[in-house]
Design a binder for this molecule. Structure first.
Ligand SMILES: Nc1ncnc2c1ncn2[C@@H]1O[C@H](COP(=O)(O)OP(=O)(O)OP(=O)(O)O)[C@@H](O)[C@H]1O
Ligand SMILES: [Mg+2]
Length: 501
C-alpha cells in the first residue's frame, strides 16, 4: 500500500486480464473506503461497472456511486468538463488541447486558444459558468457577448454621460447603416456605437481589449482560423451528449446528478466514467481528456491547500487518498498527463494505469522522449503477457544480471588398438561447474506468460512472479436500469477474440 502512491503501470496485450486485474484492485480500494475511487474506462467493460456497483453496494455506499457514461446519456450523471478550474486559462487549454498541433495546424490551435480564452474570461466576469454551449455560441458570434460585457462594464468604468453619448452614436450608426447597408460591419448599430466609444476611451481593461480585437476580425478570415474548432465544439454539444457535459444547472426537472471532482473527493465518492470510445473516438477523447485535466487541476489545488480547504471545521493541508484507475489509458492521455503523474503523488493521488504496449503511449504523445518520461514516473510495474519485445524490455532492462552456475558433464572413452597391452579402452567422466552471468528474465519469458499471470516489479525493484485469481461474476442485485445498461455494454464490446462467431 505504501508503494501505491508511486503509481502503478499495468501492461498487457489484449485479452490477457488487464481489466479483470483492475476489478480486483478496485474492489479492494472500495472496500478499504479510505478515499475516493475514480475509474476511467474508455472501452466500457460491463464486468467492470458491475463489479464497482456491487462493491459499493456491499459497503452500503450505493448513494455515493456515480456512473458517467457518454454512450448512455439517459441514466448518466452530468458533469461540466470546463466549468471548474483553478486558473481561467485552463478552459481554453482543455478545449483547444484537443485540436491537432501538427504542422500548420499549430498556429490555428494557438489562435483558437486565444479566442476561447477571451470568451471564457468575459463569461466568468459576467458571472456565468463557461460550458461547451456558451463557448460555441460566442465563438460563432462574438457580438452579443461584446455588447453584454460592455453593458456590464461601462456603468462601472465609463465617465458620466456615457449613456447619452452611446445613444447618439447609435443613431449616427443607424443612419449610416440605412443609407449604405454595405458599410454595416456589425449586425447591430449599437455594437458599432459601443465599439467606437470604447476605442475613444483608450481602455486598458484586458477583457475589453480582447473582445475588441475579436470583434475586428474579418468574418471570412476568422472562419478559416476556427475551422477545426467549430466541428469539435459542435460534436460536443449536439444532442443528448451536450446536456450531459454542459449541464443546465437551472433545470429543476432533470434529476440526473451533476458532479465535480472537489465534491467527489470530499465525500469519497466512487465514480465510473465510461467513455464509449468505440463509437466516437473524438468525443470520447475530448471529454476524457478534459475530465483528466480537471482532475489534475483539482489535485493541484489539493496539493496547495488540502482537500478540506474552505470547509467548516476543515483541516488545513489534509491530503485525501485518491485511487485513480485508468483502463486503456493511452486513450485518455494528453500533455497534461505528464504533470499529473509527476506531481500528483504529493496530493494523495495513486494512479493505476492499464495499457497494451509502450508503443501506444508513444503514439498518443507523438514523441518518444515524452513517452519515456511518462513511463519513468511509474514506480511500480505489473506486466502481463505482452506482444512486443520492446514492451517486454521495459521490465527486463530494469532487472539485474544474475550469476548462475552451469554444470557441464564431459564423458568419453577411447579404445586402445595396442594388442600387446591389456588395456582395451580408457574412459573418463568429468563434472565441470562454471559461473555464468545471464539476464534474470528474457523478453521471451514475458511474451509467453499465460492469461492472468504476471511479473511485477514492486517495492523498489523487487521482482515477483504472480498469478491473479479470476473473479467470479456477480450481478444479481443490480438495479434494473444498470442491468439494462450493462447488457447493452456487453453487446457493444468488441474484441478480437472469437471474431468468427
Ligand atoms: N486471472 C485470470 N485467470 C484466468 N483467466 C483470466 C484471468 N484474467 C483474465 N482471464 C481471461 O481473459 C479474458 C480477458 O480478460 P480481460 O477482459 O481482463 O482482458 P483485457 O486485457 O482487459 O482485454 P481488452 O484488451 O479486451 O481490454 C477473461 O474473460 C478471462 O477469460
Ligand atoms: Mg480491458
Amino acid at each position: 500500500m505504501s508503494e501505491r502512491v508511486g503509481h502503478t503501470l499495468v501492461l498487457g496485450t489484449t485479452r490477457v486480464g488487464k481489466t479483470r486485474l483492475a476489478e480486483i484492485l478496485i474492489e479492494q480500494d472500495i472496500r478499504r473506503g479510505d478515499g475516493p475511487v475514480i475509474v476511467f474506462d474508455p472501452k466500457s467493460d460491463a464486468g467492470l461497472l458491475t463489479r464497482m456497483y456491487m462493491a459499493a453496494k456491499r459497503m452500503g455506499r450505493e448513494d455515493d456511486f456515480y456512473v458517467f457514461h457518454l454512450g448512455f446519456p439517459d441514466i448518466s450523471a452530468r458533469y461540466n468538463a470546463v466549468g471548474n478550474f483553478a486558473r481561467i486559462t485552463e478552459v481554453a487549454s482543455r478545449i483547444s488541447g484537443q485540436l491537432s498541433s501538427e504542422g500548420n495546424s499549430a498556429a490555428f490551435k494557438e489562435f483558437a486558444w486565444r479566442f476561447i480564452n477571451i470568451v471564457a474570461r468575459a463569461l466568468v466576469s459576467l458571472g456565468q459558468r463557461p460550458d461547451y454551449n456558451n463557448i460555441l455560441r460566442y465563438v460563432t458570434d462574438i457580438e452579443p457577448l461584446f455588447c453584454e460585457y460592455l453593458e456590464w462594464w461601462l456603468p462601472r468604468n465609463a465617465e458620466q454621460g456615457w449613456v447619452e453619448d452611446i445613444n447618439d452614436m447609435t443613431h449616427d450608426a443607424e443612419k449610416q447603416y440605412k443609407s449604405n447597408p454595405r458599410l454595416a460591419k456589425h449586425a447591430n448599430a449599437r455594437t458599432e456605437a459601443l465599439r467606437k466609444y470604447v476605442e475613444q476611451m483608450g481602455v486598458s481593461d484586458p477583457i475589453v481589449l480582447g473582445l475588441l480585437s475579436a470583434l475586428r476580425y474579418d468574418r471570412t478570415y476568422f472562419d478559416k482560423l476556427v475551422a477545426s474548432l467549430l466541428p469539435l465544439l459542435e460534436k460536443l454539444t449536439t444532442g443528448k451528449i451536450g446536456k450531459l457535459i454542459a449541464p443546465d444547472y437551472f433545470d429543476v426537472n432533470d434529476d440526473r446528478p451533476i458532479f465535480d471532482w472537489t465534491q467527489i473527493i470530499r465525500k469519497r465518492g466512487i465514480v465510473y466514467v465510461g467513455l464509449d470510445a468505440m463509437t466516437d473516438t473524438e468525443v470520447a477523447s475530448a471529454v476524457g481528456n478534459s475530465m483528466f485535466s480537471d482532475l489534475v487541476s483539482t489535485s493541484g489545488m489539493i496539493y496547495k491547500h488540502g482537500f478540506q480547504h474552505g470547509m467548516l471545521d476543515g483541516k488545513a493541508n489534509a491530503m485525501p487518498k485518491i485511487c485513480l484507475h485508468a483502463d486503456e489509458f493511452n486513450e485518455l492521455m494528453g500533455d497534461e498527463f505528464l504533470p499529473m503523474v509527476n506531481k500528483s503523488g504529493g496530493s494523495g493521488m495513486q494512479i493505476t494505469a492499464y495499457t497494451q504496449s509502450r508503443g501506444d503511449i508513444e503514439a498518443r504523445l507523438g514523441n518518444a522522449a515524452k513517452a519515456r518520461q511518462v513511463e519513468g514516473n511509474f514506480n511500480n510495474l505489473i506486466m502481463l503477457r505482452v506482444k512486443e519485445k520492446d514492451t517486454a524490455e521495459l521490465l527486463t532492462n530494469q532487472l539485474p544480471e544474475v550469476e548462475i552456475s552451469q554444470k557441464m558433464t564431459v564423458s568419453g572413452a577411447s579404445d586402445s588398438s595396442d594388442t600387446e597391452n591389456n588395456i582395451d579402452f580408457t574412459s573418463s567422466t568429468q563434472d565441470r561447474i562454471s559461473m555464468l552471468r545471464v539476464p534474470m528474465l528474457e523478453p521471451s519469458h514475458v511474451t509467453a506468460l499465460p492469461k492472468g499471470q504476471a511479473f511485477c516489479l514492486l517495492d523498489g525493484g523487487h521482482l515477483w512472479k504472480v498469478r491473479f485469481p479470476l473473479p467470479v461474476e456477480d450481478d444479481e442485485e443490480m438495479p434494473e436500469n444498470l442491468q439494462a445498461l450493462t447488457k447493452e455494454m456487453e453487446k457493444n464490446y468488441h474484441t478480437a477474440e472469437a471474431w468468427w462467431v
